[in-house]
Design a protein around this ligand. Sequence first.
Ligand code: DAT
Ligand code: MG
Length: 156
Amino acid sequence: MAMERTLVLVKPDAIQRGLIGEIVGRFERKGLKLVGMKMMSLDGAILREHYAHLADKPFFGSLSAFMQSNPVIAMCWEGLECVDAVRLLCGITKARAAESGSIRGDLAMSVSCNVVHASDSVENAQAEVKRFFKADEIYDYQKSEYVHVYAEDELI
Ligand code: DAT
Ligand code: MG
């Protein structure tokens, strides 16, 4: 078991729909620790890196345009094995088929306008946090709540 950090983006559709607080609140209530957060506009260069695995797809152009249509909120969340935990909280890509209770399952209907991005592996999470945050934009601090969120042996 390990403390991990993962990247979450609140996507342009969620910004327009006034869902920032709702989405941030879900990660907070889960017991995760927010260690970085900022609003930013994405450009084509960062999106080509971020979505490199989709570069050949026919929807890449519209995906890139959508992600540049207004700013996003970038967040770095920390927690025990939190890369997988955050993916579960978000639900599957096709929001209208995502499990009820998940962020996408509760808040969205679309494949492309699916309100959040979350890193899909520990390796990608490390690369994505670096891509979106400078080292001094990530904050180390104690979260007193941890003693209630985790058992002692989980915090070693
Ligand atoms: P996820 O965001 O669940 O990790 P992904 O990495 O496969 O999914 O794709 C990244 C984003 O690209 C996804 O959130 C929305 C968009 N996308 C994926 N598949 C798509 C499709 N078939 N049509 C339109 N947009 C798609
Ligand atoms: Mg992905």
